[in-house]
Design a protein around this ligand. Structure first.
Ligand SMILES: CC/C=C\C/C=C\C/C=C\C/C=C\C/C=C\C/C=C\CC/C=C/C(=O)SCCNC(=O)CCNC(=O)[C@H](O)C(C)(C)COP(=O)(O)OP(=O)(O)OC[C@H]1O[C@@H](n2cnc3c(N)ncnc32)[C@H](O)[C@@H]1OP(=O)(O)O
Ligand SMILES: Cc1cc2nc3c(=O)[nH]c(=O)nc-3n(C[C@H](O)[C@H](O)[C@H](O)COP(=O)(O)OP(=O)(O)OC[C@H]3O[C@@H](n4cnc5c(N)ncnc54)[C@H](O)[C@@H]3O)c2cc1C
Length: 636
């Protein structure tokens, strides 16, 4: 029945202060207030309806996304929302759109790599959305290998202009979000050529379309690259293709520095290239920034899937009826708990590692401004590795949550197929996860000699086993005289182990902080132990081979895991309530707050366009002739 909380009995079992946990999950009372207010604003506005996405054609879907993006912007302006509130509104609108790249990459790139002059020129236009930008780095022929990009930017000292050109088919820009049909400007990455000499890949701000009629400018060929994985999902985004045919970057030499997108290098008025004495990798700064935001987004996406699967696992009953009594809730099965609760623990673990990574990124950015590059290698390794680890675990976790919901998990109305389809490219964009782990492996090879020192330092016992595992995996690989390429598959495993060590360590550090609320810290300790012991169980071969645990320890760890699952069980619904997601944002009948699943599933089915008529379109043309064939064939 509507209005009845079918999960009330579960909520009454909670052993901790859920409202206090909501603050922990949000990060602060202020952050909780903003999230709570904006999520309810979006949920209550029919202009942000999203339950019809799977029934729209690509063109209808895209036009609807444009409508929503414009409506969101009008809402932001009319309500005078702050930048923080506006970002939250775009998050809860929950639809991949060109605005993700405008706000998520184009603006950060100008802020992070533009000179003062460039920031003064471009940021006011971008903040008011008087220009719409995209981040055009990847090409048809190269994505991972940035140094292999082929687009050229040749400085013409005669005319004081840059000529941007796509010399080959494979140099066509390919994939940039928002590029296909919307962006008026791009930060395009190209090989800078000055005076016949090449100076590597740099970012250029290039106008693509007229601000009068949106038509592509002279020399610009631009379009969408076509349908992507899954229906709805990322097809709301116009990932584009772009070719430059000797496009004049219209900025004269007086503004040359406007075009060359970097405070780390300049083309002077005399047409000379001036490289600052900073690491050339700063040109990758935007990717590092986005990678750390993607880690925070992983905790959002995983928590969303876990919320759906946990609530449904408490509603679903299957087998186990005694004397005609109710069947068993599937959440009570140890197999369901052993699949679901490590994902619940991971969602919290990724939340806290995302908080730490945000601090690390802010710290390295502050140091860069003081020309202190000492922590840049670690920041690169951490953002690359943790982006890889969390997105792989989240993508796999969303799929596991679909399976935890049985057949109904495969319905679009469960919200899980679309969440999976939208999320999985996170394992590829912003750096293919394997390529990024190779960067971590390279970092570890360079610092393996220092690994030992970490063991001597005072570390919580829980991390000693994890540190020993990384050291052992590295020494097993580095000890043999074979090249990096030959050992790369093994070194990637060590890189994963290193990132898991970081997540476990930071979860433990989080628990050393003051955490208010009855029973809140105790619940987080249980989740931290589940995360650490689940990984120890999963990779027990590594841990046993280091000798720092014995087979008996491994068996005890497994016993402890079962016990921890029993401790989580009465708190599971409260722990996912703490994410404070509205039913609108979850977009899932299986995950609805009141647990009133079956009537909602049944009602939703009849809304499918296929049920607009009891006799399907096509019956008379195809089915009736089939059914009315000669009797003789029916006897075959
Ligand atoms: C249902 C849900 C609905 C809606 C949800 C809405 C949206 C979707 C969901 C979430 C949104 C998430 C976040 C929000 C915002 C935006 C994201 C949204 C979409 C993403 C769009 C995607 C954008 C892109 O993909 S942009 C393109 C990304 N491309 C890459 O990442 C390329 C990867 N390749 C590289 O980075 C480099 O080529 C390399 C692999 C690092 C190699 O570089 P290079 O060859 O130059 O260097 P070497 O390997 O030789 O190393 C030399 C030296 O440099 C050091 N180094 C390398 N990189 C860095 C660096 N970045 N920083 C510092 N140092 C670096 C390296 O370690 C070496 O050092 P040593 O010489 O000392 O060893
Ligand atoms: C949804 C989506 C949105 C995107 N948005 C943007 C955007 O806005 N802007 C933008 O510029 N780009 C964007 N991209 C492109 C994205 O950044 C690239 O696809 C990504 O960097 C991977 O590069 P690639 O496609 O060249 O993969 P490849 O590198 O070709 O990967 C193919 C395989 O080769 C392997 N491989 C590659 N190099 C090595 C190596 N050295 N050692 C071992 N294995 C290797 C990889 O692990 C992978 O298994 C987007 C992509 C997607 C899917």
């Amino acid at each position: 029945m509507e209005g009845v909380d079918h999960l009330a009995h579960e909520r009454n079992k909670s052993e901790f202060d859920v409202d206090a946990m909501k603050i922990v999950w949000a990060g602060s009372p202020h952050a909780f207030d903003v999230s709570d207010r904006i999520s309810k604003l979006v949920a209550s506005d029919p202009g942000f309806r999203k339950d019809n996405r799977s029934t729209l054609s690509r063109k209808e879907l895209f036009k609807n996304t444009l409508r929503k993006a414009a409506y969101a912007w009008k809402t932001i302006v009319d309500l005078r929302l702050s930048e923080e509130e506006a970002a939250k509104l775009r998050f809860y609108v929950d639809e991949p759109a060109f605005t993700d790249l405008h706000w998520g990459m184009f603006i950060p790139a100008i802020k992070g790599q533009g000179t003062e002059e460039q920031q003064q020129k471009w940021l006011p236009l971008a903040y008011k959305m008087q220009i719409i930008g995209c981040y055009a780095q990847t090409e048809l022929g190269h994505g991972s290998n940035v140094q292999g990009l082929e687009t050229t930017a040749t400085f013409d000292s005669q005319t004081d202009e840059f000529i941007i050109h796509s010399p080959t088919l494979t140099s066509s820009k390919w994939w940039p979000g928002g590029l296909g049909k919307v962006a008026t400007h791009a930060i395009a990455y190209a090989r800078l050529i000055v005076g016949g000499r090449e100076h590597g890949v740099h970012g250029f701000i290039v106008q693509l379309r007229s601000l009068e009629d949106h038509s592509p400018l002279l020399g610009i060929t631009v379009g969408d690259i076509g349908m992507k994985f899954g229906n709805g999902a990322y097809n709301t985004m116009d990932n584009g293709v772009l070719q430059f045919d000797h496009v004049l970057d219209v900025y004269s030499i007086a503004f040359a520095s406007i075009a060359v997108m970097l405070w780390v290098s300049q083309v002077t008025c005399e047409g000379k290239y001036k490289q600052s004495d900073v690491p050339r990798q700063l040109v990758y700064g935007t990717m590092v920034y986005v990678r750390q935001t993607i880690v925070a987004d992983a905790s959002c996406a995983l928590s969303r899937a876990v919320c759906i699967a946990t609530r449904y696992s408490a509603v679903r009953r299957q087998f186990g009826s005694q004397n005609g009594g109710p069947e068993t809730q599937v959440i009570d099965y140890k197999t369901q708990q052993s699949r679901l609760f490590p994902l619940l623990a991971s969602a919290y673990a990724f939340r806290f590692i995302g908080e730490w990574l945000k601090w690390l990124y802010a710290d390295v950015t502050q140091r860069l401004q003081a020309n202190d590059f000492s922590t840049l290698p670690e920041a690169h390794a951490c953002t690359a590795g943790l982006k890889s680890l969390t997105t792989t675990a989240t993508a796999d976790g969303i799929e596991e949550c679909r399976k935890l919901c049985g057949g109904h998990g495969y319905l679009c109305s469960s919200g899980l197929p679309e969440l999976f389809a939208v999320y999985v490219p996170a394992c590829t964009y912003e750096g293919d996860n394997t390529v990024l782990l190779l960067q971590v492996a390279r970092f570890l090879m360079k610092t393996v000699s220092q690994l030992g020192s970490r063991l001597s330092s005072k570390k919580p016992v829980g991390t000693i086993a994890y540190m020993t595992r990384v050291e052992h995996l590295m020494q097993c690989r580095c000890g043999v005289q074979r090249g990096f390429a030959e050992l790369s598959a093994d070194l990637v495993e060590a890189a994963v182990a290193h990132c898991q060590l970081i997540v476990v360590s930071k979860f433990i550090e989080k628990l050393q902080q003051e955490i208010p609320g009855k029973g809140v810290k105790q619940q987080l300790e249980v989740l931290c132990n589940i995360y650490a012991l689940f990984l120890l169980h999963k990779h027990q071969g590594d841990f046993l081979s280091t000798g720092c645990i014995t087979p008996k320890h491994a068996a005890l760890a497994n016993d402890e895991l079962r016990s921890l699952y029993s401790q989580v069980r009465p708190n599971a619904i409260a722990l996912v309530d703490a994410f404070n997601y509205t039913d609108h944002y979850l977009g899932s009948i299986l995950g609805c707050y009141d647990g009133n699943v079956y009537p909602k599933l049944y009602e939703a089915a009849w809304k499918d366009p296929l049920n607009e008529s009891v006799v399907p379109d096509g019956y008379h043309l195809y089915i009736r002739p089939l059914l009315k064939q000669e009797i003789r064939t029916a006897r075959l």
